[in-house]
Each structure stands twice: as C-alpha cells, then as structure tokens.
Design a protein around this ligand. Structure first.
Ligand SMILES: CCCCCCC/C=C/C(=O)SCCNC(=O)CCNC(=O)[C@H](O)C(C)(C)COP(=O)(O)OP(=O)(O)OC[C@H]1O[C@@H](n2cnc3c(N)ncnc32)[C@H](O)[C@@H]1OP(=O)(O)O
Length: 718
C-alpha cells in the first residue's frame, strides 16, 4: 500500500506502507502508481515527495513474490512515469534504499537522505540484476567504474559515500521527510531537463574494452560459477555502449535468463534461510522469542592458541572487555604481540577503532573470577578440558556462563564437571575465529534456555551467524564433513587422484577441494582425533588394514602423517609446496607413486572415476548425514544445516547449501544414487539413505520449506 496526502499546501507526499521494510509488493506498486497519478493530476500539487513509513524508505522488490505469478503494475514503467513527470519528484530516504528501492529513487528527480541510511543494489546477491533500470541509470549518474563496483558486488554504501559518488543530492541529520518537503517547495517550477537520469550519457572512458575485460575477469574469478555477476557486467556494458532504450532492452533480456534460474532460487532461499536460523528453538522448548539472554559485558578466553587469539579479537571487536588467559608463558608472550596487531588490521579493514585496554592478559585462571562468560579454547583434549572446567566452576561467579570451543567433544560431559551444568554450552568457532562468520552454538541436555539465548546473542553481537545445534560427535558441520572426507579417501583407493577430486569440487563452486583444504588446515588434526578414537592403527595388515568396527576404513591419511606429511605447514601433504608454510599446491609424483603402491599392496585395481561420481559420492553422503541430523533433531531445520555449510565450509551460496541442493537435484534421485553406491560398497553403512530422506520421498518429495512438517509429524509420533 501507499498513503497519499497533500502537505505544506502544494507538496504531494506519498508514503510506502509495507512493514517491515516497505518492499515493493503488488499493492505497494499499485499504491505508488495511483498516488503519482493523483499528485500529477492535482493542480494544487506543484511537487512530490516519496518516502517510506517507520523510518525505512524501501528494501526493494518483494522477494517473496519472485517465485509466484507476478501481478500488479510492473516496476519499470512505474519508475519511468515518475521520471517523466512534469512536477519535481523528490525521494526522501531513511533507513534503507536497496534494490528496487534505490531504483525507484533513481527515477526521482532529486534524492535526499538521512545520514544513517544505507543504499545499494544487492540484486546480484539474490541471483538477479537491478532490472528496474538500475543497470542503466546508475552508470549514467555516477560513471561506469563506480556503478560496476556497486552492481557486481551488491555492497551497501553509507549516505556519506553515496553523496560522494553522486547518488545523493543532499544528506541531512534532521527529519528527512521535512527536509525533503522544504526542498520540494524550493524547486517547484524549475526545469527538470537536467534531472532525468535516463537522458544522461555515461561519462566517456578512454579504453572501454579493456575496462570491461578486466571487470569480467575479476568477476568470473570471484563468482565461482555464479552467473548473476557476469550478467551484471554485461548489463552495465550495455549502458556504456547503447542508447538508454536499447540498454533497457538488454537489461530485460539478461534478467530473463536469471529470473527463473536455479541459482536465483538458491540465493533467494538462502536469503530467508539466514533469517530463519535466527528463530532458533531447542527440543527442550527454549526459543529465540521466549528465552531471555543475560547481559555479557566482560568475557574471558582460556587458551591463546590460534583459536583463542581469534576469539579474543572477535570479543574485543564486539565491544566487550576481555580477560585473555594463557598458562604457558611463551604462548602468552606471543599472543600479547599477535592480538593487538590482529586488532589493528581489523580496525583498518573495518574503519573502526578499538579501545587498546579492552583486553587484559593473565597467566592464571584466577583472573576470570568476575567475568560474565568464559570461552575455553585450550587444546582439543578431553582430559585437559575437564580440568579447565573443574577449575572454572570453582573460580567463577556462580552465574557465569561457561562455554567450550570444542569442535567435536561431548558438551554434556564437560557440563558434568561443573557445579552448574545448566550454564554450560558449546561455542564452536571456525578458524580464523575473528573472520569466519559461522558459530555453532551447541546446547547440551541440561543447558538452560538463558544460556543458549546468551550464547546466540553474543554470537550475533560478534557479527557471527549463530546456529543452534544439539550435542553429538562433531555437532552438525564436522559430523557431515567426516562422511565427505571418508568418501574422498575411498575414491583415492579406487583410482582417483587428489587433483581429480579437488577439480570436481572446485568446479562445483567450493573455494578449495577437500585435499587442498586438508593441506591448509593440517592433516595432523584429524590424525590426532583418529588416534584418540583408536582408529589410526597402521600396524594392521591385509584386509583388516582397511576395516574398522566392521566398516570400510581408509588409512591413507594416517599413512601420510606417519611420513611427516601434515600439509602446508610441513611443505608436503596431498600436494607438495615450495617450502614449509608455502601456499601454492603442486602435484606431487611421490604421492602418486605412494597411491599406486598402496593400491597394489591391497590388491585394489584402479578404475576410471569421473567428476559426476566424485560429486555424488562426496556430496550425497554428506547430505545423507544432514538428513540423519535432522531426523535426530540435532539441527532444527534444513536452513540451519545450509547456513552452517555456506558460512563455515565454503559451500557455494549460489547452490543454496547441501539440503537445498538435495531438493534441487530431487530427493528421489539422491536416494537412487545412494542406494546404487551402497550396493557397490555394502561395507559403508552411511551410504544407506537415511530414514527421513526415504520418508520425504514416500511423502511425494515435498519442497524444502515443508520438510519441517514431515520431521515434526515423525517426532510427535515418538
Ligand atoms: C521480471 C521482474 C522484474 C523485477 C525487477 C526487480 C528489480 C529489483 C529487484 C529487487 O529489488 S530484489 C530485492 C533487493 N533488496 C534486497 O536485497 C534487500 C533485502 N533486505 C535486506 O537487506 C534487509 O532486510 C534490510 C532491508 C537491510 C533490513 O535489515 P534488517 O536486519 O532490519 O531486517 P531483516 O531481518 O533483514 O528483514 C526483516 C524482514 O523483512 C523481510 N525482507 C527484507 N527485505 C525484503 C524484501 N525485499 N522482500 C521481502 N521481504 C523482505 C525479511 O525476510 C525479514 O522477514 P523474515 O524473513 O524475518 O520473516
């Protein structure tokens, strides 16, 4: 809807009304069309102001309408009619002017904004392009290079930057609508000839071809197979080379290729999925809207290795005062140097300032006596962690929340070491902890709703996407990853190479394939866990070398570690590097010989493995574990798993996340392929389709947003 009224005698004021962000739904567009017509037809009205209710100009087209039959007046002619009006139209921008919202403002003759507003054309992040004239008007207004940057990245800019770029005419600290109305009065009757952006030409550039070639190269490099950024470059090129009307045709044509694409569906699903994970709940009844978080002003970190340092930085960046504890003097000294420089680099990147004395360092756990929350980040060793939790339980205030940054250990067991198990939760950060967006908040059997709510809220304050998950080995992310890694090892045994497997995964859209990723994170990490679990026994020979607990097992990773090949840190792993710590992975003949010898030793006849098999084996088994996790209630919904994989494991966002990908591929096909692979590898039980996956197929493979109903029905029968 849009409200229309006349103010200050001669100004028609149009207010968009569609809470919470005044998205341009069919009824809002109809309201705008009707109001503009009224204003232009009213002789008493000399100028027009368009604003949005509740301090938000407009969050853009209504994304929820995209998957449906479109109705109501289309955006392009609506904006065209505003620009063609013979009375000045002023956009009064507060809050956000994004996507179609900014495109609407670009159709106005003047743009006035509050200093706190954010502007941008984020359509590319939804798999689209700004197809309401954005790709044609913005380059004409601010020049091709700046428009390319905004349109291909979708980044939001502040009002100050928008003013500098020339998007805005004026920025105010006062009531924006009042300022815009006054301004509209002041320009009444003035010529609008120089105010219609569609009549502008793009500022000439000396070498347009090389500018666009470079832009295309950059975009293709960063897009990892996403098609929208490429289409954005093509559309801006049309603005630079064609008259406006033809440019608009090109914009429409390019949008048509994107609009119904699987990538657009995936990205729009993911937009809502990110918001859905904020509405968390746990089986014990704790919920985002009813569980009260506790205030956390002062926090502590125990253990200042790589993770602890990152967490310390992230806490300080969130404005908390932090006590950083490390009992090893050398490690403490190193951390005292490293943390301030990490903070400094972060401040430069983010344009922020950090209070230098917000962090105090200590060599003893006693220093955490008065903190509100502790995050333990010591070495991944249960005995050590037990000791830390026992100590914390004595030293801390009785109501201090005790969190563990374990990546797989039992949170309930750690809680049992304390006097207040209800105040214990897992906070599983991803390295580097001050950079990576994902945080798994792991609730235990006894974690109180307030404890979960506090950890979730703290994560948000730290700029993380916090996902609540239940307690199990590896939680959601690493539990699924284990199956993916196992399949990758099995593929090597059967004839694949690390290069082949990695290429398939990288072409799928992962920034790194599984083997390059293992080399980066260190092969010794998994080896240590497998040794602790009694799995990494390379003394076994014959058939028993490749079987553990009755299931297929590959000792390849263990053997590599025994050769001292820990990945990048030792200069050798699945690949070779020019030196320890080197970054550029090169194919390693030693490794290929090693694989040949290994296969010969175990009587394995290598066969040709294609990329499709790599993707199906590695991804479908990971997805299958995801269904198992949903079945067990470890994750509340598919959106949680998808957010974990996109934000924590490099799953390409334009493929929506593993669970969305399964929906796209078709659940029946996933079941069929898993069954086939299970038949071929009967000693790999995880290739058997999970009960939930089968039930969804039996229920006619409902779309992903209906899966929760099937999960709920099952749980209510238990
Ligand atoms: C052939 C057809 C041609 C059509 C041409 C189309 C050209 C134009 C395309 C577009 O405009 S696409 C949309 C572009 N806009 C965006 O991408 C902005 C998306 N929104 C945001 O970034 C943020 O919501 C915000 C506006 C910055 C506000 O952030 P805040 O943190 O305050 O609130 P949120 O929790 O994010 O959102 C609240 C609520 O509103 C829903 N929502 C937000 N934007 C939209 C939207 N554009 N359409 C529909 N719904 C929207 C959001 O999902 C939240 O609801 P819940 O999911 O929590 O229920």
């Amino acid at each position: 809807m849009a409200q229309y009224r006349r103010v200050s005698g001669s100004v028609g004021l149009i207010t968009l009304q569609n809470p919470p962000v005044n998205a341009l739904s069919a009824s809002v567009r109809q309201g705008i069309v009707d109001s503009v017509k009224r204003a232009l037809g009213d002789q008493k009205v000399k100028s027009v102001v368009i604003c949005g209710q509740n301090g938000v100009f407009c969050g853009g087209a209504d994304i929820r309408e995209f998957g449906r039959q479109m109705s109501g007046p289309p955006l392009v002619p609506m904006i065209h009619d505003i620009e063609a009006a013979n009375k000045p139209v002023v956009a009064a921008i507060e809050g956000s002017a994004l996507g179609g919202g900014l495109e609407l403002a670009l159709g106005c003759h003047y743009r006035i904004s509050h200093s706190k507003a954010k502007l941008g054309l984020p359509e590319v992040t939804l798999g689209l392009l700004p197809a309401a004239g954005g790709t044609q008007r913005l380059p004409r207004l601010i020049g091709v290079p700046a428009a390319l940057n905004l349109i291909t990245t979708g980044r939001h800019v502040t009002a100050a930057e928008a003013l500098q770029l020339g998007i805005l005419d004026h920025v105010t600290e006062h009531n924006t609508v009042d300022v815009a109305v006054k301004f509209a009065l002041s320009v009444t009757g003035e010529s609008l000839d120089g105010r219609r952006i569609s009549s502008f030409s793009c500022a000439p550039l000396s070498d347009l071809d090389s500018l666009f070639e470079e832009a295309m190269l950059k975009v293709r490099g960063a897009a990892r197979g996403a098609i929208a950024p490429v289409a954005c470059v093509q559309a801006v090129r049309a603005a630079a080379t064609l008259p406006y009307a033809q440019g608009m045709e090109r914009e429409k044509e390019l949008m048509a290729t994107l609009f119904h694409s699987g990538q657009a569906r995936a990205l729009q699903y993911f937009f809502f999925a990110q918001r859905a994970v904020g509405r968390w709940s746990t089986p014990s009844g704790a919920r985002w809207d009813t569980s009260q978080p506790r205030p956390v002003r002062k926090a502590a970190v125990i253990g200042l290795g790589t993770m602890g340092r990152g967490i310390t930085v992230a806490l300080a960046q969130a404005g908390l005062s932090v006590v950083a504890v490390e009992t090893h003097a050398k490690q403490l000294m190193e951390a005292k140097k490293a943390v301030p420089s990490m903070l400094k680099r972060g401040a430069v990147r983010g344009g922020t300032t950090i209070e230098p004395d917000s962090i105090t360092y200590s060599e003893t756990v006693q220093a955490v006596a008065d903190v509100d929350l502790v995050i333990e980040a010591v070495f991944e060793d249960m005995a050590l962690k037990e000791k830390v939790f026992q100590q914390l339980s004595i030293v801390c205030k009785p109501d201090t929340l005790l969190c563990t940054n374990t990546s797989s250990l039992d949170v309930d067991h750690l809680a049992s070491q304390t006097r207040h198990p209800e105040l214990v939760v897992g906070m599983h950060f991803f390295a580097p902890a001050h950079v990576m967006k994902l945080l798994e908040v792991v609730y235990g059997r006894r974690s109180s709703p307030a404890a979960v709510a506090t950890a979730m809220q703290l994560g948000k304050k730290m700029g993380k996407v916090s996902v609540a998950v239940g307690n199990c080995r590896g939680f959601a992310g690493n539990r699924m990853l284990k199956r993916y890694l196992e399949q990758a090892f099995f593929l090597l045994e059967e004839g694949a190479t690390p290069e082949l497997v990695d290429r398939a995964l990288e072409e799928f859209g992962f920034p790194m394939g599984v083997f390059r990723m293992s080399d980066l994170s260190g092969l010794d990490v998994g080896w240590r866990v497998r040794k602790a679990d009694g799995l990494a026994d390379t003394s076994l020979t014959g058939t028993s070398a490749r079987v553990r607990q009755g299931c297929r097992y590959s000792p390849l990773g263990d053997l590599l570690c025994e050769h001292g090949r820990f990945g990048q840190k030792t200069g050798r792993g699945w690949y070779q590097y020019d030196k320890p710590g080197g970054r550029v992975a090169k194919s390693d003949p030693w490794l290929h010989n090693f694989l040949d010898e290994y296969r010969a030793r175990h009587g394995l006849v290598p066969r040709c493995i294609d990329q499709q098999e790599v993707l199906e084996r590695c991804l479908f088994v990971l997805i299958n574990e995801g269904f198992q996790i949903l079945e067990e209630g470890i994750a509340a919904g598919p959106e949680d798993i998808d957010a974990i994989y996109v934000f924590g494991y490099g799953w390409p966002r334009h493929r929506g996340g593993p669970m969305f990908y399964a929906d796209m591929v078709g659940l029946e096909r996933v079941v069929e392929r898993l069954e086939r692979y299970h038949q071929a590898h009967p000693n790999v039980p995880y290739l058997q389709p999970s009960g939930l996956l089968r039930r969804l197929v039996a229920n006619g493979s409902p779309p992903i947003h209906k899966w929760r109903n099937v999960i709920k029905n099952r749980n209510s029968q238990l």
